[in-house]
Design a binder for this molecule. Structure first.
Ligand code: SAH
Ligand code: SF4
Ligand code: F3S
Length: 441
């Protein structure tokens, strides 16, 4: 039995693809192994969103190739694979095959072709050809938490972003398929599903099948109510695209206890001038309308975001606007990135007068503002009781558990009873950096 080691970079779409690849390989008599030493085949699922992410691939291929042990077959999957195709064979030595995001359903057959002796093959095909979302049971990164893709790809073409090129156009999964998957997961003991996609709230299935009888201003809010009706204890969803964020999503959360109180709403910049150059399709004013709706909801909803600093020609004033926005929104957490030009995107052609030092300074300044807010928000949890899904046991000490709150904060807590896989009440005793610490009630 051939042993396969899978390594994943990038977003949850990649994690989800890796889970499907693992399932497909296991059902074809491959063994998935936890490290590369014993592997006959190493698969690297890559990300291209920033230059640093892409470089991880080249570093890893070099390490695997030169590790000294047996020389495994190396396959490159994911977004870099889709974008580069055969050029990867020239860019880095030792890659045996390239399998794009649109062809990932053919992983077994491409490995077989390599095992038969074909060299340097690339498949960037069309996903629909043989990727059966209906029946494929997937592996999961946790027995209690599952990712369920509801929409793939992206049609937005923000000027800095490579994703529409690496993932193709938006394709929504039929609602009845999503609902069936969630019901199956619930029956298997999964406590929490994450509905995932580049922009989940742009969800537009081709038929209403599965959504009949559910109210909602958009197909996405109908889907939220339909998934809530399955009775699965927790539903989270991300990422939400601000332009398509209908206030009805907040209403759906308020109506359904199992729709978790967390919204990830990437703003990217606090300056209308930069948002326009990014072609985000929203202004600060209409972004803040959404934020105000979220903040004024009956249930306290945690708000997180993504921000890019140092977009081409971002002025001090533009940056000051971003700082102002971050202060106003009091995000529970924010992923802040330094702008990274991606070849082939319109922003990469824009005049960029900012020095790297300046970009770094802005990055650090914004991180500090955010950290201050974040600490304040975490501290407010001290002495309160929260519901936590015990996702795994810590290695040491043995009575420690790790999990998340409904608003997606990380919690480490102590319990003498084995509560693995259960949602339990935890009294928070301390908030430190990004984590809450507590004791089971
Ligand atoms: N679809 C989501 C984001 C997906 S990519 C949205 O539109 O909100 C995840 C994050 O990577 C983005 O939100 C953005 O902040 C960051 N990102 C994308 N391209 C980037 C680039 N060229 N340089 C730096 N950060 C980038
Ligand atoms: Fe990229 Fe914009 Fe699409 Fe998000 S919405 S994936 S940032 S193009
Ligand atoms: Fe990266 Fe591709 Fe996701 S570029 S962020 S792995 S869609």
């Amino acid at each position: 039995m051939k042993k396969v080691y899978l390594e994943t970079f990038g977003c949850q779409m990649n994690v989800s693809d890796t889970e499907r690849v693992a399932t497909q390989l296991e059902s074809n008599n491959y063994e998935i192994v936890p490290n590369e030493e014993a592997a006959d085949i190493v698969l690297i699922n890559t990300c291209s969103v920033r230059e640093k992410a892409e470089h991880k691939l080249y570093t890893r291929v070099g390490q695997v190739r030169n590790s000294g042990g047996k020389k495994p077959i190396i396959g490159v999957l994911g977004c870099v694979a889709q974008l580069e195709g055969e050029t990867l064979f020239k860019k880095t030595q030792g890659v045996d095959f390239v399998l794009g995001t649109q062809a990932v359903g053919r992983v077994t057959s491409i490995i077989e072709r390599v095992l038969e002796g074909q060299k340097q093959i690339s498949d960037l095909g069309v996903r629909e050809e043989n990727y059966d979302w209906n029946t494929l049971e997937t592996q999961r990164h946790s027995p209690f938490v599952a990712f369920v893709p509801i929409i793939e790809g992206c049609n937005k073409f923000c000027t800095y972003c490579i994703v529409p090129f690496s993932r193709g156009r938006e394709k929504s999964l039929p609602a009845d398929v999503v609902i069936r998957q969630v019901k199956n997961l619930r029956n298997e003991g999964v406590q929490e599903v994450h509905l995932i996609g580049q922009n989940v709230n742009s969800y537009r299935p081709q038929t209403v099948s599965g959504l009949e009888g559910f109210t909602g201003a958009t197909p996405f809010s109908k889907l939220l109510r339909a998934v809530a009706a399955t009775g699965i204890p927790r539903i989270k969803f991300n990422t939400s695209f601000p332009r398509d964020f209908h206030p009805d999503i907040v209403d759906a959360i308020n109506e359904n206890e199992n729709l978790c109180n967390w919204v990830h709403l990437p703003v990217q910049s606090g300056s209308d001038r930069i948002l326009k150059a990014m072609r985000r399709g929203h202004t600060i004013e209409n972004y803040l309308q959404r934020v105000d709706k979220i903040k004024s909801s009956k249930r306290k909803i945690s708000l997180t975001t993504d921000i890019i600093v140092g977009f081409p020609d971002e002025t001090q004033e533009d940056f000051a606007d971003t700082v102002k926005l971050v202060e106003y929104c009091e995000y529970d957490s924010a992923y802040i990135f330094k702008y990274s030009p991606r070849f082939g995107t319109p922003a990469a052609e824009m005049q960029d007068t900012l020095t790297d030092v300046e970009k770094t300074n802005r990055f650090i300044a914004l991180e500090n503002v955010q950290k201050r807010n974040q600490t304040k928000s975490l501290k407010s949890f001290e002495n309160s009781t929260v519901k936590v899904l015990a996702e795994r046991k810590s290695n040491k000490p043995a009575d420690n558990f790790f999990g998340h709150t409904t608003c997606h904060k990380i919690v480490n807590f102590v319990s003498s009873k084995d509560v693995l896989g259960k949602i339990v009440d935890v009294k928070i005793t301390e908030a430190k950096s990004n984590t809450l610490f507590g004791i089971i009630c």
